[in-house]
Design a protein around this ligand. Structure first.
Ligand code: NAD
Length: 539
């Protein structure tokens, strides 16, 4: 069996490092030269009139390019192109398909690294570190590890004997996969169409309108790596309209979705309504929202706790499905926790991520900015809330929201229940002797169950929390922030309203993209239909 790949090392971008200079060059280049982003149908670029601009969230006037949206007939053509590509692609040996994605990983680890990092920094407002761990490292890991996991699957042997041979035929799904991707992770945008493609599927991919620049570079990279025409087709435009058309097609075999729970629920319902149309029962693989928790026990290491909340809650402006957004702190630690965290928060610089001294950039777009400023205004007017830090916003140059910390006095408050997807962390102070109650509260307070952390030095408290919170998170962390899952190390996903928990970054995820056939060959077929029990008894 081939050896497990090694996770891509995270570059530091420290002053004087070559990667820092290369990233700067790529940022300057992409800022000065806007790109044209066509639809991709059967390998051809399609560009219509009235394209949409791609703007940097942190600098309204910086236009990075423009992308075409679909016209009547484009979605149908994308589906036809995918279906036309399927016979040859599904017949291509796995080794050849895997080689394309391994080549993509090498290109991304080498010549394309700063191109995709810069596109993610500019188009999605990520700092160099956030772009590096996402657009470079995680996507490289997905491509390398998935190729390895798929080959491992193909090595799975069934019991055979001298009389019969049994074997798996790792077929792809029959039909096409619809991949719908979010704005917040370039790696997810790359993985959602490519994991099914690796297993021999063909895909219609609809990226987020807020991540079209990185989507464009992912597509170009995959083509350079040798991905044939029509295997992945890129469409953009009105998401609901495109989806209605796609979900009407009888050949829809699966949806690979990452995004908000409400959008996924709409997709699920549409599939149910259309169910009898389809040739197969479509598979629904989705990672959705989160309201990720940090529970501190009285024995917690305060410095580690404060850093975890700071990084887990505010990195990438809190726009991670796994972002820490509700914290439960014992009364004995509350004052010191707040003081320590506020001291650290005061050091965070928010601004244009092309200025490498910024720890945070802008939130993705106006709707997010307005939703978050409204949330803060409501909290300011709410007697059950106290804004301990932050609370300011400005949309003059870009969509900036200050890192904000809110103490919430009622445990069932919406701030401890609903996903906010922004740099707002709420905390609730509990009496030290109510630790078990607070664990129950944490489990019940929100409909999501994606990630969560326990901070404690007391082993019994850790065991208690791990048990009480068993179904509260699909990725559970002990004395660590709830973000930053690594492919092959912490396969990712949650249940309840957080998704179908298929654990991207593990071999199990790939099973969702295969519909195996089992072939039995009888080497000595019976020539007599009679069984021994039919014989008469001895006289
Ligand atoms: P979103 O739901 O707004 O958009 C996701 C995708 O769905 C986009 O491509 C969008 O264009 C499309 N979409 C929007 N409306 C649609 C409709 N009516 N029909 C069909 N498609 C539609 O999410 P987002 O803002 O891009 O991303 C943030 C959300 O994603 C958060 O809820 C976050 O928790 C979640 N997320 C989850 C994970 C995870 O692994 N659990 C990872 C990343 C993001």
């Amino acid at each position: 069996m081939a050896t497990l790949p090694v996770n891509e090392a995270v570059l530091t971008y420290a002053p004087g490092s070559p990667e820092r200079a290369e990233l700067r060059r790529a940022i300057n280049e992409q800022s000065a030269h806007p790109v044209i982003v066509p639809l991709r149908i059967g390998g051809a670029g399609v560009f219509h009139d009235a394209p949409q601009p791609i703007r940097a969230p942190h600098r309204h006037e910086l236009v990075l390019g423009e992308y075409s949206t679909v016209r009547e007939g484009d979605v149908a053509q994308a589906i036809s192109a995918a279906r036309a590509a399927q016979p040859a692609w599904s017949a291509t040996p796995l080794a050849e398909r895997a080689a394309i994605f391994r080549r993509a990983a090498e290109l991304l680890a080498g010549p394309h690294r700063q191109r995709l990092n810069a596109a993610t920094l500019l188009g999605q407002s990520k700092t160099p570190h956030q772009a590096e761990i996402d657009a470079a490292c995680e996507l490289i890991d997905f491509w390398r590890f998935n190729a390895h996991f798929a080959e491992r699957l193909s090595e799975e042997r069934l019991i055979s004997s001298e009389f019969e041979k049994n074997a798996f035929d790792w077929r792809p799904l029959e039909g096409f996969v619809y991949a719908v991707t979010p704005f917040n992770f370039t790696a997810i945008a790359g993985n959602l169409p490519s994991a099914p493609a690796l297993l021999g599927n063909v895909v219609v991919w609809k990226p987020s309108p807020y991540a079209m620049l990185s989507a464009h570079h992912i597509y170009e990279l995959l083509r350079e790596a040798g991905l044939p025409d029509g295997v992945i087709n890129l469409v953009a435009g009105d998401a609901a309209q495109i989806t209605t058309e796609v979900l009407h097609d009888p050949n829809l075999a699966a949806i690979h979705f990452t995004g908000s729970s409400s959008v996924f629920e709409g997709l699920y319902q549409s599939v149910a309504v259309n169910l009898t149309r389809y040739r197969n029962y479509p598979r629904l693989v989705a990672e959705t929202g989160g309201k990720d928790f940090v529970v501190a026990h009285a024995s917690a290491d305060l410095d580690a706790l404060a850093v975890a909340v700071l990084r887990g809650g505010y990195e990438y402006q809190g726009q991670k499905c796994s972002a820490a957004s509700r914290v439960y702190v014992p009364r004995s630690l509350a004052r010191d926790f707040e003081a320590r965290l506020v001291e650290l928060m005061a050091e965070l610089k928010v601004g244009d991520p092309a200025d490498f001294s910024c720890f945070m950039g802008a939130v993705i777009a106006r709707p997010a900015y307005e939703r978050l400023t409204l949330t803060i205004e409501r909290a300011r007017a709410d007697a059950a809330c106290r804004i301990a830090f932050g609370g300011q916003g400005s949309d003059a140059e870009g969509f900036f929201i200050a890192p904000t910390l809110i103490e919430v006095q009622t445990p069932e408050h919406a701030l401890l229940r609903d996903e906010l997807f922004g740099p707002i962390v709420s905390f609730f102070v509990y009496d030290d002797d109510r630790f078990e109650d607070v664990l129950r509260l944490c489990d019940q307070a929100s409909p999501y169950a994606l990630t969560g952390s326990i901070f404690a030095r007391d082993a019994a408290a850790i065991a208690l929390a791990s048990n009480a919170l068993r179904f509260s998170a699909g990725n559970f962390y002990i004395n660590d922030k709830p973000t930053g899952a690594v492919v092959g190390q912490q396969p990712f996903g949650g249940a309840r309203r957080s998704g179908t928990n298929d654990k991207a970054g593990s071999p199990f995820h790939l099973l969702r993209w295969a519909s195996p056939r089992v072939i039995k060959e009888n080497l000595r077929p019976p020539r007599d239909f009679r069984y021994p029990f039919l014989e008469p008894d001895f006289p």
